[in-house]
Design a protein around this ligand. Sequence first.
Ligand code: PBG
Length: 319
Amino acid sequence: MKGFSRRLVRESYLTVDDLIWTMIVSDQKKARDPILSLPGVERLSIDELVEDAKRAHKLGIPAIAIFPHIDPKLKDAVGSEALNADGLVPNAIRAVKNAVPELGIIVDVALDPFTDHGHDGVLVGDEIINDISVDALVEGAVILADAGADIVAPSDMMDGRVGAIRKELDQHGHHNVMIMSYAAKYASGYYGPYRDAIGTSSALRGDKRTYQMDPANSDEAIREVALDIEEGADMVMVKPGQPYLDIIYRVKTELRVPTFAFQVSGECAMIMAAAENGWADEKRVILESLMSFKRAGCDGVLTYFAPKAAEWLSERMDA
Ligand code: PBG
């Protein structure tokens, strides 16, 4: 097929509007601290986070998603630091909003960056206690909304948290704060570099299989997404991304809701490892991976590759 006709019959498009740039903010001294298992990604001080947020806005990226790396000394069994209104994340949100008010800010709601055991909920003995965890998540979500977050994204997979967060946000006057729920989040081996990035790898006791989904299941994902929508989620996420394109396709075709994929740290690390060895063409493979999400039905993608992709896409438009 000739170039012009390929353009005429093309079914899916990837644009900068599809990209959410995932960023790690840190309270440590270094302004930019490379993450060894995630080439090209750095932990950022709040000042540098603001610089990257400005860059995101300049590139036309609609929103960023913020994840924290906090001092291990601040971590405890219940993740108290998640409830500090003057903590790293609320301060980061305020700084970004102040500098680039037009840029959307999405922020994770979960306890894992704040607990000394690395779990997303409150651990009593060997068990994650769902309802106590939900209470903490709800309080944390309000603090993030107070700080100026546009979208809160519960990534914990506790039951009933979306409805509880919606109710409390409304009671605090945050009717316009949206919820993007990590609705179909699998217990995955692809989160490794992220856990290095936020400093939970060595701390994590056991695994997250009691609250994250079994990679063998597909119908269950549809039920989880439907529940979250019923509880008030404005948009949903499937995570990881590329190994779960079938889930994205089913969510979009069966439920017709705003659907996002998280191209997680391990997916990005694998591509970068191959690219750095000369085993894959970085630009081609990244753009192809992002296009696969669009073909599967995604409305957008959370990805560490957002700035690179945005630059390449603008080149293509100029060409
Ligand atoms: C946990 C959380 C995880 C990620 C985002 N939020 C990992 C986990 O469940 O342990 C993963 C992101 C990535 O791998 O890039 N609240």
